[in-house]
Design a protein around this ligand. Structure first.
Ligand code: FES
Length: 95
């Protein structure tokens, strides 16, 4: 079964789909969605978003987020894969 997850970034008109093996950032850029990024390896935090709904899985063991940030729902889409449909709020809308 090839499940594709539907991802909605708040403030953007169109949702997009992600394959389970794609990072959320890669799927967003491929779909033409706007999402900040730089290192794409989980260290610079440029892509930081808040996960409003849904489940993700990380490709790396220690993404560049504190325990508090994780508890608050922050994620790094460049090193995360969707494991359900997602709703995300980009960092710029929080700060
Ligand atoms: S692009 Fe650097 S942490 Fe995601």
């Amino acid at each position: 079964m090839n499940t594709r997850w539907r991802i909605q970034i708040e403030g953007q008109p169109e949702a997009f789909e992600a394959e389970p093996e794609q990072t959320i950032l890669k799927a967003a850029l491929q779909a033409g969605a706007s999402l900040l990024s730089s290192c794409r390896n989980g260290t610079c935090r440029a892509c930081r978003c808040r996960l409003l709904t849904g489940e993700i899985q990380y490709l790396i063991e220690w993404p560049g987020l504190s325990a508090e940030e994780k508890a608050e729902g922050w994620i790094l889409p460049c090193v995360a894969q969707a494991r359900s449909d997602l709703r995300l709020r980009p960092r710029g809308d929080e700060e």
